[in-house]
Design a protein around this ligand. Sequence first.
Ligand SMILES: Cc1cc2nc3c(=O)[nH]c(=O)nc-3n(C[C@H](O)[C@H](O)[C@H](O)COP(=O)(O)OP(=O)(O)OC[C@H]3O[C@@H](n4cnc5c(N)ncnc54)[C@H](O)[C@@H]3O)c2cc1C
Length: 388
Amino acid sequence: MSESLDAFRQEARAWIQESLPEELKSGPRRGAPKEALDRWFQALTGKGWLTPDWPTEYGGGGLDRKQTQVVKQELKKARAPVPPASAFGTRMLGPTLLEFGTEEQKLEFLPQISRHEVQWCQGYSEPGAGSDLASLQTRAVREGDEYVITGQKIWTTGADKADWIFCLVRTDPDAAKHDGISFVLFPMHQPGVKVSPLTLIDGNADFSQVFFDGARAKVAHLIGPENGGWTVAKRLLQHERTTDGGSEGGITGAMKETFVDLVKREVGLRDGVLADATLRQRTAAQEMEANALRLTMRRAGEEARAGQSTRDIGSLGKYRWANMVKAEQDLAMQALGAQGLGWEGPGFEAVELQRTKAWLTTRSDSIWGGTNEVQLNVIAKRVLEIPE
Ligand SMILES: Cc1cc2nc3c(=O)[nH]c(=O)nc-3n(C[C@H](O)[C@H](O)[C@H](O)COP(=O)(O)OP(=O)(O)OC[C@H]3O[C@@H](n4cnc5c(N)ncnc54)[C@H](O)[C@@H]3O)c2cc1C
């Protein structure tokens, strides 16, 4: 590593240590005081480090690729939280706007995203259009400078808290199904938008059904060409499926205690190693898998930046990552034994209840952003180039 990058790492580490409130440095993150979280998020976004690689004129940190990697690594090492609903803006819409947005659109939306001032949700799936997304039926009819939108979305994460939606709509019902779709942005708080939350297996109601009946989107908020939204939509999915070498962490990333800490705590050590031989081997294998995935995705990222083809490599990462986090939570449940069977009430520690819910939540990691079967189809077609 170059000396200047090493110095940058020291600086980044020192800034994180100084800015991360004490309350967030220990204990389970869920239930952390809101005031401390707000203070940290303000510091993080003020520095532009929620989106470290975006240009400063769009609210980013203006860092180069290597510095960005350092910031991400140091934030991860400190297990510093990011705003829970930021991924829709920072990981998905932001990079898509950087590529497809006009200058006006970039200046209007990107700074708000980098400061996490606006919560976004993703209006892709419909009751008859999940894996077969291009079958979507939500209509948008142009009326002057606006589109009038009618239809239904489903499985819309965070819709009940979102300020804005990026939404796929059908603007030409007579065109072939991939050719009549547009990608538009519009506010959720307006007449003609109804949100109806659905409760999940882990007890949370993160999902909603969303009904549009005469909702309005400005034509100025159309991203890419009218009827040319499929290309934009696919690119956003590539961003969604990129797990950043597993570093997104999903639900496990939301917890202060690492998986290995949990196994050590529950099973105990004998002669300096985990007391249960089977769990020891499975834990080691799990950690090796996580490291292999992290390195593979880092290599894929380097190759992509060097201009070598890594088309849809995100699907490969998402597929392996989904299997990995599910296996990790299964192992955590094995280590917890009966203590992993709690829902609420006495007899269970908060961290144990948190793990049980995390285990349930991770069942969905092989579904969102395209199911594992769909990722395998993409890998076969676009990575391995196997003919249909
Ligand atoms: C936690 C979570 C969050 C989500 N958040 C959002 C969100 O914010 N916004 C949004 O728009 N959507 C969201 N979704 C929806 C998600 O994208 C869809 O659930 C997913 O694309 C699968 O679609 P489906 O549920 O309609 O299943 P279906 O498409 O009906 O699939 C059912 C089964 O058939 C299999 N299958 C379907 N087609 C094929 C094929 N061609 N080859 C092989 N197998 C196939 C699937 O793999 C699956 O096992 C979320 C889902 C989850 C679980």
